[in-house]
Ligand binder design. Structure first.
Ligand code: C5P
Length: 410
């Protein structure tokens, strides 16, 4: 049995997502939640619609001190319950009790409730505690599903033997809450496996908006938040790359292990990027660089007059195209933000700037764009397109890093 102190030390501050399905053993989920809360963990409960028949949302919300989630959205105000964010929030996703039905759906990828969509999105360790009658548990279909899930890395807390709700006696009774809590405590105290797959690689990432001064007070800029570039820099560094982040002005914190070079204008970004590229193995061009800059910058604040004002602009240098011209066997990845005829424009940039691949985002897609935390992108290279679903910027960064790893491995 878990000692409260040992479990507490491991679980304090950890995020546990507790999935409850429609089984009589759902009452034990209340005790499980309580154990975790006492140990200092944050618990978010997700229930299947049927689970509500076995234990009330009120009980679970009171114990977890958070509203429980059942539906894809809140029918009262339309607020979306994001399974992607839930999966990201969690350090561990524990489905207890897990019915034969839910295990079968997990094994085949059925996604017809929030608990299941969250399973498909979760990147954290997933634990299931099966609970069912002995014949259902012993059935080859269930056993096959459990083998499939185990082969995919899902951890199984085996059911115990004993009296079952059906009146029969045998294996199928959900493991006791203390046993599940202990299992999860141990799992979360295992050191995280870090993929240092980009060790020894020097990468540049440009991010954020440039600022083109008009006078000491005014400037021309754009809405880029820098979030996408910062996520990429962080992801590459977490995989062991030596990352230089050449950043326009943002309020974002520097990701761990990343060296940031602050710049303001497109000209400054050009100088910094060209210099760093000499010794780099690759670059991801994520910055929203001004295409035009005032021909001259007034040393004093421009005074307003009665009439119109004209500011003459000249072209800035294209940093990505310059790196593309001197690329050699280094990697170069670009972004394209388009509002119309997206694929054709992205394809032409891929060629013009000599990118290995380009990440296209369209302002027409909901969830894609400047300040949000999600993005909807398509990867385009010379062999075709890969359209990704709506993902968080962190997940998009991980997909980009996966591709970069693949290109280095060629
Ligand atoms: O031509 P466009 O600005 O749409 O191209 C976008 C891509 O080129 C992005 O990867 C962006 O970071 C990069 N770029 C650049 N320097 C510029 C303009 C764009 O690096 N002056």
């Amino acid at each position: 049995m878990a000692s409260a102190t040992a479990t507490g030390q491991r679980l304090a501050g950890r995020h546990i997502l507790l999935g409850i399905t429609g089984s009589i053993a759902a009452y034990k989920a209340a005790m499980l939640c309580r154990l975790w809360k006492t140990a200092g963990a944050e618990v978010q409960v997700v229930m299947t619609p049927l689970a509500k028949q076995f234990i009330t949302p009120l009980t679970m919300a009171t114990l977890s001190k958070r509203p429980i989630l059942v539906e894809f959205f809140n029918p009262e105000n339309g607020a979306w319950n994001s399974h992607v964010s839930l999966g990201e929030w969690a350090d561990c996703y524990v489905i207890a009790p897990a019915t034969a039905n839910t295990l079968a759906k997990m094994a085949t990828g059925v996604a017809d409730n929030l608990l299941l969509t969250t399973y498909l999105s979760a990147r954290c360790p997933v634990v299931v505690a099966p609970a069912m009658d002995l014949d259902m548990y012993a059935h080859e279909a269930t056993q096959q599903n459990l083998r499939t899930l185990a082969a995919r890395g899902v951890r199984i807390v085996e059911p115990g033997e004993g009296e079952l709700a059906s009146g029969l006696s045998g294996k199928g009774r959900m493991a006791e809450p203390e046993e599940i809590a202990e299992f999860v405590g141990q799992l979360l105290s295992e050191p995280k496996e870090e993929k240092k797959t980009l060790s020894g690689k020097r990468m540049i990432v440009t991010a954020g908006a440039t600022i083109e001064a008009i006078d000491p007070v005014r400037f021309i800029s754009n809405h880029s938040s820098g979030k996408m570039g910062y996520a990429i820099a962080g992801e590459l560094a977490s995989r062991g790359a030596d990352v230089t982040l050449i950043s326009g002005r943002t309020a974002l914190p520097v990701p761990p292990g990343v060296e940031r070079v602050d710049v303001l204008s497109a000209a400054e970004m050009y100088e910094a990027a060209v210099k760093a590229f000499d010794t780099a193995d690759g670059a991801v061009m994520c910055a929203a660089v001004a295409d035009y800059t005032p021909e001259s910058v007034s040393a004093t604040k421009l005074k307003k007059g009665d009439g119109e004002m004209c500011i003459r602009l000249r072209r800035t240098r294209d940093i990505a195209a310059e790196l593309g011209a001197r690329k050699g066997n280094r990697l170069l990845i670009g972004f394209a933000l388009e509002t119309d005829d997206e694929e054709a424009h992205a394809q032409s940039k891929l060629e013009k700037k000599n990118f290995d691949f380009i990440v296209l985002n369209s302002l027409r897609d909901a969830g894609a764009g400047f300040r949000g935390d999600t993005n909807k992108v398509t990867f385009i290279d010379r062999s075709g397109c890969e359209e990704l679903p709506l993902l968080t910027k962190r997940e998009v960064a991980a997909r980009i890093a996966d591709r970069i790893e693949g290109l280095f491995a060629r």
